[in-house]
Design a protein around this ligand. Structure first.
Ligand code: SF4
Length: 332
C-alpha cells in the first residue's frame, strides 16, 4: 500500500491523492477486489477498478478543487490528480496503479510460494536504503521505471525506514536514519529557496546553469524553480572541514553510494552532514523532510502572499526578513 501511495503521491494535492486512494481501495475491497492480497484482481476486474478511480476522482475534485485553486491562485477546473496532465483514467489506472501492484505479484510468482514478505525480502537485498531507492526505479528486471519518480522512491524509502520503521535491518548504518536522500519536491524547493538556505551552497548563476532556476518560465512569467534539476549539483561555497568529513562518512557508510570518499559534495545530500553533526537523535533526514512539507503546505504557498507572520521559521527566512524578491519573483 505504501509503494502504491508513493507512486500516486506525485500529484499536486497530497491530501486529495490520499483521500482518493483510501476511498478507491476501500470501495474495491467492499466489492471483493482485494488488490493488496491478490494484485491480479485489479486487472481481472479492470472495469470495476477504472470505474472506481474515475468516480472517486470526480468526487474528490468536487470537494477539494475550490480550496486548492484558492491556495494556489489557480482555477478549480485545473484540479487533476492524474499525473503529467493526463486525463485518461485507463492510462492512469494501468500505469500508475498497475505497475506498483505488479511488483509484489511478480516477486511472489518468482518465489513460487507466495510469501507475504516477498517484497520486503527483495527490497532488503540492497546494501543500503539509498541503493534500494535507486533500484526501485532502475533495476533492470524489477524496476518501476517511469511509473515512479526519484522523489517518490525517496518518499517510499522514508516511510519504510523512518516513518513506519518496516526495515528489519534498521540497526545497520546502511538502513538507519541517514541512509537515504531527502525526497525533495517543489514544496521543499520553494522553502529552501525563499529562506536563503540554497544560497549558502551555490550562487544563483550556478542554479541557472543547471536549470534549477529557469528565468521567466514560471507561472505569470515569474522565474521557475525546478528542484529536481538540483540532483547531483555540487556545493561551490566553502564548507568547514569537519562537515566535509561527516559528509564523506555519510556517503560511504550510510548511503553506501561510494566505496571511496567522494570528491564532490552534493547539494541535495549536504543537510545530512548538518543534521548529524551534533549527534541530536531528533535531527533526522525524515524530520527535516516532514518540516519542509509542513511549512510548504501550510505557510509557504506558491504565490506572493505566503503566511509569513505565522510561519514557525520566519525568524530565519531571508525572503521575509531581507530579500522579498525571493518570494515575489520565483514560483515552483
Ligand atoms: S517566512 Fe514566509 S517565505 Fe519564509 S519559509 Fe515561512 S512562509 Fe515561506
Amino acid at each position: 500500500m505504501l509503494l502504491l501511495n508513493a507512486v500516486l503521491d506525485q500529484g499536486p494535492d497530497i491530501e486529495g491523492v490520499r483521500d482518493m486512494m483510501v476511498k478507491v481501495v476501500n470501495n474495491l475491497y467492499k466489492k471483493e477486489v482485494r488488490i493488496f492480497h491478490r494484485p491480479l484482481d485489479f486487472f481481472k476486474e479492470i472495469n470495476i477498478s477504472v470505474d472506481q478511480i474515475w468516480s472517486i476522482h470526480e468526487e474528490v475534485k468536487s470537494v477539494r478543487s475550490a480550496k486548492w485553486a484558492k491556495d494556489n491562485q489557480s482555477s478549480p477546473q485545473k484540479y487533476n490528480l492524474y499525473m503529467d496532465g493526463s486525463k485518461q483514467t485507463l492510462n492512469y489506472a494501468v500505469f500508475r496503479w498497475g505497475v506498483p501492484l505488479a511488483l509484489p505479484y511478480l516477486l511472489d510468482k518468482k518465489n513460487e510460494c507466495g510469501r507475504s514478505t516477498s517484497l520486503l525480502d527483495y527490497l532488503e537485498t540492497y546494501s543500503s536504503a539509498e541503493k534500494m531507492s535507486n533500484g526501485l526505479k532502475d533495476n533492470e528486471k524489477f524496476g518501476l521505471g517511469k511509473a515512479i519518480g526519484d522523489k517518490a522512491c525517496h518518499l517510499f524509502t522514508k516511510w519504510m525506514v523512518s516513518t513506519f520503521r518496516l526495515a528489519r535491518k534498521q540497526d545497520e548504518l546502511g538502513w538507519g536514519e541517514f541512509s537515504y536522500e531527502v525526497p525533495f519536491d517543489s514544496n521543499a524547493g520553494r522553502v529552501l529557496w525563499r529562506t536563503g538556505y540554497l544560497f549558502g551552497l551555490a550562487n544563483e548563476e550556478e542554479y541557472i546553469k543547471k536549470e534549477v532556476v529557469q528565468k521567466n518560465k514560471g507561472k505569470g512569467g515569474k522565474h521557475y524553480i525546478r528542484v529536481t534539476n538540483m540532483r547531483g549539483m555540487a556545493v561551490s561555497k566553502n564548507v568547514p572541514s569537519d562537515l566535509i568529513k561527516i559528509y564523506k562518512d555519510i556517503c560511504t557508510k550510510h548511503l553506501k553510494t561510494h566505496k571511496r570518499e567522494p570528491r564532490k559534495i552534493e547539494i541535495q545530500r549536504f543537510q545530512h552532514a548538518l543534521l548529524s553533526q551534533n549527534g541530536d537523535k531528533n535531527l533526522t533526514v525524515s524530520a527535516f523532510d516532514d518540516g519542509l512539507i509542513k511549512i510548504g503546505r501550510n505557510y509557504c504557498f506558491n504565490h506572493e502572499n505566503p503566511r509569513c507572520e505565522e510561519c514557525p521559521i520566519n525568524r530565519h527566512c531571508d525572503g521575509r526578513n531581507s530579500n522579498s524578491s525571493l518570494i515575489t519573483d520565483y514560483r515552483t
